[in-house]
Design a protein around this ligand. Structure first.
Ligand code: AGP
Length: 609
């Protein structure tokens, strides 16, 4: 996820663009850049680091121009660096981009054959060269952009500037957000409203497959065939602060609702739906490594550790390879029984967690092949791994990890199918069934998220309690742990996750009418057993909140409150069952008035021991 801004009008463009980038910094912050059209020509400045580092660079210059583009990056292809930062330039054409171009390698090869030279590792740079190539073939600016976007596959929100057409900017939208702002003798476009609101409330959210040709006085819209479209901006009554969170109250809530998109983006160009196959060459686990594997070992902390615990069930079920899961802070101080027949998988959203990094280094030292699952491109853990599978969840700002967790799970499903197929443990038919299931998940989550009000009412019912027990069996056990972690870390309420079968070995002594017990009771191998546990709790006046996907009433009849999950193969239930638990924790915290996005004593990335 990146932030893009374009301005054309009566004022100096640079300060407006820099202010817009600062307001979009939550969308990505590993590098940034600007392009301003001045009387002396096109000036492009790019800098690795935060916006403040770019401001430091341009602050010492006089860059006067009333047309410009700006970009703050969340790297997907090519590490954060000055040369990979946007805008990207080809002659007099400059481009900024948010999204992923899936066919950029073939386009880059075609352009190289036509004499183009590339300076960056990014997919975006090929767009600038493609447009320049069409212009050199004699096509006018607008037609050159249209012809180019019709050759792209993937997701792209673009801003394009052509120095030889100084009186216009072009914006293009396909599967990445783009908003147009309409001012007086000035117009602005951006990835999101916060960059626009200080200048105008009159906005239009572009649709996929559309191109806007923008001058200081006018905005024209076209579809990708070049046919004109109506331009109907609306007046929005929303403050810049509210807009930064997309209208949500907290980043945590926004990120919970971003999960369908995060999962779609993480599966993109890895799950080949037509062929019913997984393309995971980037994991670096070929048949030779697979057949030599005797064990897989997850090392991680916190929520990422819970992803590893869930991954154990997934990978053992799909591949038959034994899986261990270690808390990284424990692993780093033990004598590790890993070697070249072990695959160590380090899971880390930030890619900077000190304990996980230390565990990874120890595993490597003992000869283990190391793969990491990270959400930050070129982070330390990613760089020190033999291979990395990036989750494309976009920046996760809230301390409580939500969309990164489900993106980690999706990545583990893809990896398990990849290895299972390579070992011949999963037939082509079974892989097709798994892939069909994965593809339904974003829409099932959308359906589930529409029932947020039900979680609000459950939260109102239970926010006053001070102790919770979260219980699950099988693959729902790590979900219970993660649900409990969410509640305790943002609402400061004591919550403990436990394997449901274990309550008779101790925790049931705690159960009484003041102890809400959350059950994840989904259809599957141990459904009858979890029902028995619910009866045991019920018999001791425990308050039961159940999350179930059984349409029958037996679970509901045992519950004081319940939430109905969409039905899905038990192996895939964690991706769904964790989301109402995230929302329950979030709304209890809101009721309790805690600082949801920055809970006390916690940091987003624990880079110290
Ligand atoms: C999760 O909500 C917490 N913020 C925390 O447990 C986190 O998962 C843990 O610190 C690991 O962080 P990482 O994924 O960036 O390595």
């Amino acid at each position: 996820m990146c932030g893009i801004v374009g301005y054309i009008g009566k004022r100096h463009a640079l300060p407006i663009i820099l202010d817009g980038l600062k307001r979009l910094e939550y969308r990505g912050y590993d590098s940034s850049g600007v392009a301003i059209l001045t009387d002396d020509g096109l000036i492009v400045r790019r800098k690795k680091g935060k916006i403040k580092d770019l401001i430091e660079v341009v602050g010492h210059e006089t860059i006067n121009g009333t047309t410009g583009l700006g970009h703050t990056r969340w790297a997907t292809h090519g590490k954060p660096s000055d040369e990979n930062a946007h805008p990207h330039r080809a002659g007099d054409v400059v481009v900024i981009h948010n999204g992923i171009i899936e066919n950029y390698t073939e386009l880059r090869a075609m352009l190289k054959d036509r004499g183009h030279h590339f300076k960056s590792e990014t997919d975006t740079e090929i767009i600038a060269h493609l447009i320049e190539d069409h212009i050199k073939s004699g096509e006018p600016f607008e037609q050159a952009v249209l012809a180019s976007v019709n050759q792209l596959r993937g997701s792209f929100a673009l801003g394009v500037l052509y120095a030889k057409n100084p009186d216009k900017l072009i914006a293009v939208r396909e599967a990445s957000p783009l908003v147009l702002g309409f001012g007086n003798s000035e117009n602005i476009f951006a990835s999101d409203m916060p960059a626009i609101l200080p200048y105008t409330n009159k906005m239009l959210f572009m649709n996929d497959g559309t191109m806007a040709v923008i001058t200081a006085e006018d905005v024209k819209l076209f579809d990708f065939t070049g046919s004109p479209l109506p331009v109907n901006p609306k007046q929005f009554d929303i403050s810049p602060a509210m807009a930064e969170k997309g209208g949500y109250k907290h980043f945590m809530q926004k990120e919970i609702f971003e999960q369908p998109q995060a999962i779609t983006d993480t599966m993109r160009d890895r799950l080949l739906f037509d062929k019913k196959e997984i393309d995971l060459k980037e994991a670096g686990i070929d048949g030779k490594i697979m057949h030599a594997l005797k064990r897989i070992n997850f090392v991680a902390c916190g929520t990422s550790y819970h992803a590893g615990l869930t991954g154990k069930y997934i990978i053992e079920e799909m591949t038959g390879i034994p899986v261990d899961v270690d808390v990284a802070s424990e692993f780093r101080y033990k004598t590790p029984l890993v070697g070249n027949e072990t695959l160590t998988i380090a899971i880390s959203q930030s890619g900077e967690t000190a304990d996980t990094l230390a565990a990874l280094r120890l595993a490597k030292k003992h000869g283990s092949h190391v793969l990491s699952i990270c959400n930050v491109i070129d982070s330390t853990i990613a760089r020190e791994s033999d291979h990395v599978l990036y989750t494309h969840a976009g920046p996760e700002i809230s301390v409580a990890s939500t969309k990164a967790f489900t993106a980690q799970l999706i990545t583990i499903y893809l990896l398990a199918i990849h290895i299972g197929r390579g070992l011949g443990r999963i037939s082509k038919q079974q892989a097709a069934v798994y892939i069909d299931t994965l593809v339904t998940i974003p829409s099932l989550l959308d359906t589930l998220l529409k029932q947020e009000d039900l979680l609000v009412s459950i939260a109102k019912e239970y926010a006053r309690y001070s102790d919770f027990l979260y219980l699950g069996r099988g693959i729902s056990y790590p979900v219970a742990l993660e649900g409990a972690l969410k509640l305790k870390e943002i609402s400061y309420v004591h919550a403990e996750g436990y394997p449901a079968g274990e309550i008779k070995h101790g925790p049931i002594a705690l159960v009484n009418k003041d102890m809400p017990v959350v059950f994840i009771a989904v259809k599957g191998k141990v459904y009858e057993k979890i029902k028995n546990n619910m009866e045991e709790v019920k018999a001791r006046d425990g308050k039961i909140i159940s999350f179930t996907n059984t349409g029958n009433n037996e679970i509901q009849n045992l519950s004081d409150s319940f939430f109905l999950l969409p039905e899905i193969d038990e192996l895939f239930t964690p991706i769904l069952s964790i989301v109402p638990l995230q929302l329950l924790a979030y709304h209890i915290a809101v009721i309790n008035g805690t600082d949801v996005d920055q809970p006390k004593n916690l940091a987003k990335s624990v880079t110290v021991e």
